[in-house]
Design a protein around this ligand. Sequence first.
Ligand SMILES: [Zn+2]
Length: 304
Amino acid sequence: MKNSIYITLFFITTTVSCQKSIPLFDGNSAFNHLIKQCELGPRNPGSNGHKKALEYFLEILNPLADTLFTQSYIETMPRTGKKVDMNNVIARFNTSASKQIMISAHWDTRPWGDRGSSIMEKNQPILGANDGASGVAVLLELASILKENPPKIGVSLVLFDAEDYGSSGNSWTYCKGSQYFAKNLPIPYPAYAINLDMIADKFPEFYVERYSYQQNPGLVLELWEKAEELGLTAFKKQAYHMIFDDHVPLYEIAGIPAIDIIDFDYPNEKTNYHHTQKDIVANCSPEGLSQVGTLMVHHIYEQK
Ligand SMILES: [Zn+2]
């Protein structure tokens, strides 16, 4: 009898401590961060929204991160020739841990559309609810979780500026913030990087992006298998698009084995709101944020 009580108590303790070790990720709370960014207007470099968004990120992250700093530099904008202050934002947690990883997203939005019903519409800055605000929304929510639940590993959350003013067909004119970061690495060399981009559409489907599988196949398999185990059905264990995103400069310039979680079909294969005036809050949902955030939380807190 004594033995069985002991076993029962032990079981309860194990269950409780297990639940406690993996915090919940709140997709609605992350979605609120997406809405807040969009309320600032387009965040294209040099705009008022760009300045305000930087202030917003610093205000939120300052009380949460163990170390917070910006990596500033100046870029000359194409089309206008204007010199603009760019800032990558770096929020670090558990800086003294021997294992360090980074999770990133770009925070700027595209200064013009690529398609539109008129030249006027096409040339307006886009709002970037999905392409810009979505990855950052998950990072800001993760920051609160990391503050409340100090991780065993070191995590750097990196918000890249200047990802999205490149010219179509010329990949290296994109991702300027991550290129600068990779050339002037401001953190200890991370074991790998996970970049998040376009993760908030209403029909989330995260296929394996092809550069990611080339750059870090082990991490891709680990994450997509974990997603399957957790019942995160938006993750599809199948390779699909090949997309030049911030993970490519991280690997090509700094040698960081980086991957990208991205849903490029926004919302589906036939229609794409990417780089158009339709990239707005009404075309987004918390579902993808919730699934990606849940996977990130399990990935961080299940490390030994
Ligand atoms: Zn874009």
